[in-house]
Ligand binder design. Structure first.
Ligand SMILES: [Ca+2]
Ligand SMILES: [Ca+2]
Ligand SMILES: [Ca+2]
Ligand SMILES: [Ca+2]
Length: 644
């Protein structure tokens, strides 16, 4: 039986290449599959695939009557200064990070628009860089392109970064100026915020559709938008810059992304040049990312009728203080979706915790008003059926638009260290048919962008009929499948502490770098403040890796992965974590090796994987067991372990 159907790529990708403006000309670079390149912009859908409109005009988010005629987020104090992306194709990161900054200010999570400055480079670098540690649960998930984020991106890529903890580091610690020298691998998951919700609408044409975007602006802050940017269309009318291309198309020409921060229904059509004038008044206020010297202090007005505008995205964040741990296997979102009956992930609790929230994507191609259902199971040990256990919770609801959603459980689920649990996701379209479920799939969008995904056996599953299949054994229309992008957020039941934070603070104190280097100093101060506060493990880890990143890049005092493993609370060789390295620890590693060799599902907590994987190559082999024995023998001979 093969009832699988492919949805196509779930939304258009807008990739902007550097330079303020030139659209279309690189256009017809070689294409491998659904994408087309236009001046760096990659279109994943053809218009035929994108027939359906993703906005339901009957269901505007905010009723038109409650919307003012004009609105400007700047006047509310929610907009950070205009940035300059320079010659890099980083528009998507500037648009998304700019949107995040407005959201943080609007939520009151940040208070000063003048000093708030998140790192676009963080997003543009790490989403496009392979994880260093094979033990990283998201290892192998990244966008492979020679220039990293400087080659371009889009709102969907941005949300994938933000959803996996990338993209909100402070500019100070991951500065755009340092782009050429790269960033410490410690910085990868160092952002103080994570994505809570992203919603996206591909095209907006009617006034009720515009009302949705206006509602978003008032509710959550800036909305990123892709469009065809070309210098000749920015019209200086003496008082402002008016933008209207008249005949460009989103699908064929969009090459840039920027941030909508307001609107004016009465922005006159007379503001546009006589020979290129929209039919009606009304325009979006747009913050560009080419500095304050261009345009009207960096802003311009885009006609409501701009035909090349599309891929509108809004972002809402949560601080990482809201949880201790996130269980996830998806490091770079997804671009394809298939209509399996259900999709699931099996996780292994690293510690005694409460499962509080889940997070998942709803592909926009399912249309509007999609219903979701997530069953939570506690499972039998090492099962390869994500429903082989006890269903302990069901979360269900409906979302209006496609995007990424974080949803709380009605009641928190208590999990014990080593407990295996699963999340099982089902989607239903508004017509009641089974929805397309997102899945990681290796895909070459075009000759430049290759989305790479990885999954290990025993992690992710899809259901066809009554048959669950491990996704690591499957492939799709474009390449091998990876995992299901479906996450679990937990709070530890025992108060959190961070061995790594304590260690790196002590290490810094032993040097004078905190006095001599301003970046180390700032990271050190932040780490000290957090160490003495009662906060989540995720915050402490963020502070630890920020300080480690500063030490690595500024002083060379540490290098990755010297301190990578510390936060796992385990030591090399001590497989069972009892503090001693004995022959039984080597036997435990051999058992794992044998069971995995026989294709038996054998899940390990990260701490156990670390303890057994002596050469840190991500797999447990005979050589690891031999190394454990060497530790045992070394201790017998010298009374200390080799790593002591
Ligand atoms: Ca920045
Ligand atoms: Ca993965
Ligand atoms: Ca032991
Ligand atoms: Ca190994």
């Amino acid at each position: 039986m093969n009832c699988r159907k492919f949805l196509g790529i779930f939304t258009a990708l807008s990739l902007c290449t550097g330079a303020f403006s030139y659209s279309g000309h690189a256009a017809d670079a070689a294409l491998t599959h659904p994408g087309e390149v236009h001046g760096g912009y990659v279109q994943l859908y053809t218009p035929a695939q994108q027939q359906e409109r993703y906005v339901s005009p009957e269901m505007p988010l905010t009723r038109a009557s409650s919307l003012p005629e004009a609105f400007d987020l700047r006047e509310e104090g929610y907009v950070t200064p205009v940035r300059d992306q320079g010659a890099e194709g980083m528009c998507f990161a500037f648009a998304a990070v700019g949107a995040c900054e407005t959201n943080l200010l609007m939520q009151g999570l940040e208070s000063n628009p003048e000093t708030l400055d998140l790192s676009e480079a963080h997003m543009g670098y790490f989403l496009y860089t392979q994880q260093e540690s094979p033990l990283d649960p998201m290892y192998g998930d990244y966008i492979d392109t020679a220039g990293k984020g400087a080659d371009g991106g889009n709102g969907i890529f941005a949300s994938a970064a933000l959803a996996s903890g990338i993209g909100t580091q402070q500019e100070l610690f991951c500065s755009y100026e340092d782009w050429d020298s790269g960033y410490s691998a410690y910085q990868r998951y160092s952002g103080p915020y994570r994505l809570h919700t992203m919603e996206t609408i591909t095209l907006v044409a009617t006034s009720s559709e515009r009302d949705v975007i206006k509602g978003w602006l008032m509710e959550s802050g800036g909305v990123s938008v892709a469009f065809s940017s070309s210098y000749s269309f920015y019209y200086d009318n003496g008082t402002s810059y008016a933008y209207y291309t008249q005949d460009r198309s989103f699908y064929e020409d969009a090459n840039h992304a920027a941030l909508i921060v307001g609107w004016d229904d009465s922005y006159s059509r007379e503001n546009f040049p006589e020979d290129r004038r929209p039919d009606h008044d009304g325009a979006w206020l747009v913050k560009n990312s080419y500095g304050v010297d261009l345009l009207d202090d960096g802003y311009f007005w885009m006609s409501y009728e701009e035909p090349s505008a599309g891929s509108y995205c809004r972002y809402e964040l949560i601080p990482v203080s809201e949880y201790d741990d996130v269980y996830e296997y998806d490091g770079a979102g997804y671009v394809t979706a298939y209509n399996y009956d259900a999709a699931a992930n099996i996780f292994l609790a690293e510690n005694d915790c409460l499962l509080t929230e889940t997070a998942f994507y709803v592909p926009a191609g399912n249309g509007n008003n999609v219903s979701y259902e997530i069953d939570v199971y506690t499972l039998e040990e090492n099962t390869s059926d994500p429903t082989d256990g006890k269903r302990v919770s069901t979360i269900s609801g409906r979302v209006q638009y496609g995007g990424y959603f974080t949803v709380p459980l009605e009641e928190e689920i208590e999990l014990s260290e080593g407990q295996q649990f699963s999340l099982v996701l089902r989607l239903k379209t508004s017509s009641g048919s089974g929805g397309y479920l997102p899945i990681e799939e290796d895909s070459a969008i075009n000759s430049t962008f290759h989305l790479q995904y990885n999954a290990r056996p025993g992690e992710s599953y899809v259901l066809q009929g009554r048959q669950w299949t491990d996704t690591s054994a499957l492939s799709g229309d474009f390449g091998d499948f990876g995992n299901i992008p479906l996450k679990a957020l937990t709070l530890r039941r025992n108060s959190s502490s961070s061995v790594r934070l304590d260690t790196v603070i002590s290490l810094t104190e032993e040097t004078d770098h905190a006095e001599t280097d301003p970046i180390v100093q700032a990271a050190f101060q932040q780490a000290r403040d957090i160490q003495s506060s009662d906060t989540s493990a995720a915050v402490m880890e963020g502070a630890a890796v920020t300080l480690l990143g500063a030490l690595e890049t500024q002083t060379g005092l540490v290098s990755y992965p010297d301190y990578f493993y510390l936060n796992l609370g385990a030591r090399p060789g001590d497989s069972n974590g009892d503090g001693k390295i004995l022959i039984s620890d080597a036997t435990a590693a051999l058992t794992i090796y044998a069971r995995r060799g026989a294709s038996m599902t054998e899940r390990l907590r990260l701490a156990e994987s670390y303890a057994m994987d002596m050469d840190t190559d991500g797999t447990i082999e005979i050589s690891d067991a031999t190394e454990i024995l060497r530790y045992y023998a070394y201790y017998g001979a010298f009374g200390v372990y080799p790593d002591a």
